[in-house]
Design a binder for this molecule. Structure first.
Ligand code: C2E
Ligand code: MG
Ligand code: MG
Length: 710
């Protein structure tokens, strides 16, 4: 390109110089022509004289007036001069009428060889507009370009004067066309420019090609750098670039390292370090992808969230190492069992998620999926510390029926799982829309319960428990919540919420304190206080300061000592490697607190576990009585449980005596205590104390009479 520019500039300079030299030559030639013409004229035309400047160039020619007319003298003269000059010669005569010069004689010829104008005078050829006009009128020669037939000639025009000094004409000679050079010059310039442009175009094209070729690797690398910097697949620089030994090679190697690093980071970011399956972030991405994919099809997919039951026991009993091994084994089992289109992820802790592609008829596929997950996860697993036994709870959503976004899918599957855990009646559940409503209600009640605890909306009802002679031997304190707007909210609704949110600790502590305060109040009023039972959630019991809390209460309410009975759930009976429950139960026993197992028979534990623990009493769940009323086998089962409890030296309480039939049924059982709506409902402290020390009317003739009456 630079070359083309230089060439162009040189051409222009050369042409400029040529033009200068040519102008100088022309000036010399025209000057000579002027002198020669003047000399020849004075020789041929009688009486004419020439005035010259110091160099001999003619300034003016004086010609007698009578000579200023056309004629052969002039025609010959101009022809001769034209021949010598290799140009033209003309004689003009001034016309005072037109103030212009008429031509008398010329060397110009028509194409036929005739003199232009013939022998006629050509009028007004040089007028005021002519470049030489002013000079001539001032009796000065004019040397320069003059227009002829639309072009330019280099001419020497000498004014002709009369003897009186007035201008009478012009004697003009020239040396030919001067615009020839300009034309040639222009053509040459055009050629030079065309050449330069052509050269420039060729050079430009070559430059672009060279640049394209040399920039191609850079372009490729910049594309890779871009893909590295954005989400999506990562390109790696090809070996053709990484093997280069130049800057591009260095750059490619650097990018290859970054790509490798990114892959590692991505792997770490999307993989669960313990089990090596996908993690929560990867699951969400996969969910998003699947939601996008089903937008344009009728297909759906299922998301199952699986939570291990009993994992905590494995961790506590066999140690965390065994827990980790179990999680890895289960992750591997899930992965092995997963089919095409399935995606396994660990969400954290003992929670896994499985995405399964399902066709247009999803439900059958979902049942199969749930069965498969249970088969994978339930059972005994070998760990380095021993055998671990777990089962699974599974919550499932079917997409798109149960959610339009990944967040919906996750939260609805969670809800289904939560419901499985809450109800404990089945091991899996497919999401149903009412779960969302019940969840919202739970969220609402949670915040309300927090406030209720502060605002004294809770109170304790007491339900009397009777021995087989009809004496009130105990009362069970039951939490009650009277919501200012919604009215009474049953414990079956708010106790599970309190348990799942941790509020149970506060609530339980309050019930305990309130009951102790009530015992003190009754005692102060001289009322013979029987045993007061209170329900304690396992979550509350596990609090490290629970025993101390009870000890403090008893210290504050000494009259409660020996009158307190805590009702625990069956889950505390299950053996536990840490032995925490034994420590707690022993601690409570040491404080003189009686311990009762509530709802006995529902938790699938064994009576034999009771052996090792400091338990005083079992309360057989009311479902046993309800079942026994109409079923002989069930009634035999109830009898067996009662006598087994008695054999173990335990106090046996039968709860749920609701009907006369039930009362009749239990009459010949060896129970110790009865509780039920038939006998008395939970009531206010002020009411319940009236029944202390009296005999229940139903027992007046002994329990057997009720059976007879029934
Ligand atoms: P629970 O400990 O088994 O308490 C006995 C429940 O059975 C009470 O229900 C009582 O009203 C009811 N009941 C008594 N006799 C009969 C009967 O003949 N028929 C029927 N159908 N029911 C009878 P409530 O008060 O609704 O309490 C339900 C459960 O809530 C309690 O069961 C207990 O597990 C829990 N709960 C109540 N208060 C507390 C508390 O302060 N702390 C904790 N952790 N749990 C509590
Ligand atoms: Mg109870
Ligand atoms: Mg109970």
């Amino acid at each position: 390109m630079v070359g083309a520019l230089v060439l162009g500039i040189l051409t222009m300079l050369g042409l400029g110089q040529l033009r200068e030299i040519n102008a100088e030559n022309t000036a010399v030639r025209v000057d000579r022509a002027g002198r020669a013409a003047a000399t020849l004229l004075t020789e041929r035309v009688e009486g004419s004289t020439v005035q010259r400047d110091g160099n001999g160039s003619p300034l003016s020619i004086e010609i007698p007036a009578e000579m200023m007319r056309p004629g052969p003298v002039w025609d010959d003269l101009v022809d001769d001069i034209g021949g010598i000059n290799q140009g033209a010669a003309n004689l003009f005569r001034f016309s005072s009428e037109t103030s212009s010069f008429d031509r008398l004689s010329t060397t110009f010829r028509t194409p036929e060889g005739e003199r232009v104008g013939g022998s006629a005078v050509e009028p007004g050829l040089i007028g005021a507009a002519h470049p030489a006009y002013d000079a001539i009128m001032s009796i000065e020669p004019f040397v320069g370009e003059v227009p002829v037939a639309g072009r330019l000639r280099m001419a020497y025009l000498t004014p002709v004067t009369a003897p009186d000094g007035s201008v009478t004409g012009i004697f003009a000679v020239d040396v030919g066309w001067v615009d020839d050079l300009d034309r040639i010059n222009g053509e040459a310039t055009d050629d030079a420019i065309a050449l330069a442009v052509g050269l420039l175009a060729v050079l430009g094209t070559v430059g672009v090609v060279v640049m394209f070729l040399s920039f191609r690797p850079l372009h490729r690398l910049s594309g890779i750098a871009h893909s590295l910097g954005s989400a999506g697949n990562t390109d790696r620089p090809p070996t053709s670039l990484t093997s280069r030994r130049d800057e591009i090679g260095d750059l490619a190697k650097g990018l290859a390292k970054v790509a490798e690093l990114r892959e590692t980071l991505e792997h770490q970011a999307y993989t669960d370090a313990l089990t090596n399956v996908a993690n929560r972030a990867a699951l969400i991405e996969e969910l998003d992808r699947r939601f996008e994919a089903i937008e344009s099809s009728d297909d759906g997919f299922a998301l199952a969230i699986l939570d291990l039951d009993g994992f905590k026991k494995v961790n506590d009993g066999l140690g965390h190492q065994a827990g980790d091994e179990l999680l890895s084994t289960i992750a591997a089992a899930l992965t092995t069992a997963s089919g095409a289109g399935e995606f396994v992820a660990r969400l954290g802790g003992d929670e896994f998620a499985i995405l399964s592609a399902i066709g247009p008829r999803p439900v059958a596929g979902v049942d199969e999926l749930i069965d498969r997950l249970h088969r994978c996860v339930s059972g005994d697993f070998e760990t380095s510390s021993g055998e671990a036994r777990v089962t699974a709870s599974v919550g499932v959503v079917v997409i798109p029926d149960h959610g339009r976004t990944s967040a919906d899918a996750m939260s609805h599957a969670d809800l289904a799982l939560y419901e499985v855990k809450r109800l404990r009646s089945s091991r899996s559940m497919v999401y149903e829309p009412h779960l969302s409503a019940s969840f919202e209600r739970q969220v609402h009640l949670t915040s309300q319960l927090r406030r209720a605890l502060d605002d004294d909306e809770l109170w304790v009802a007491y339900q009397p428990l009777y021995d087989n002679a009809g004496h009130v031997v105990a009362v069970e304190g039951l939490a009650r919540w009277d919501h200012p707007v919604e009215g009474p909210i049953p414990p079956s609704e708010f106790i599970p919420i309190a348990e799942s949110t941790g509020l149970i600790g506060e609530l339980g502590a309050w019930v305990l304190a309130e009951s102790c305060r009530q015992i003190t109040e009754w005692a102060a009023a001289g009322i013979d206080v029987p045993i007061v039972s209170m329900n304690v959630s396992t979550i509350q019991l596990r609090r490290p300061d629970f025993v101390d809390q009870v000890a403090e209460l008893l210290a504050a309410h000494p009259v409660a000592r020996g009158r307190l009975c805590l009702e625990l759930t069956e889950s505390v009976l299950v053996p536990d490697a840490t032995g925490w429950h034994k420590t707690v139960l022993d601690g409570l026993t040491a404080l003189g607190v009686r311990l009762s197992i509530d709802d006995f028979g529902t938790g699938y534990s064994s009576l034999s576990y009771l052996h090792d623990l400091a338990v005083d009493q079992v309360k057989v769940d009311r479902s046993f009585i309800a079942a026994a009323v109409n079923d002989r086998r069930q009634s035999r089962l109830l009898r067996g449980i009662v006598s087994l409890g008695k054999d173990l030296g335990l106090n046996v309480v039968l709860e749920g005596v609701e009907t006369v039939e039930a009362f009749g049924l239990v009459a010949d059982l060896d129970y110790d205590v009865l509780q039920g709506f038939l006998l008395a409902r939970p009531m206010r402290a002020s009411e319940v104390c009236r029944s202390f020390g009296t005999i229940h009317p139903l027992f007046e003739d002994g329990p057997a009479s009720a059976s007879v009456a029934a």
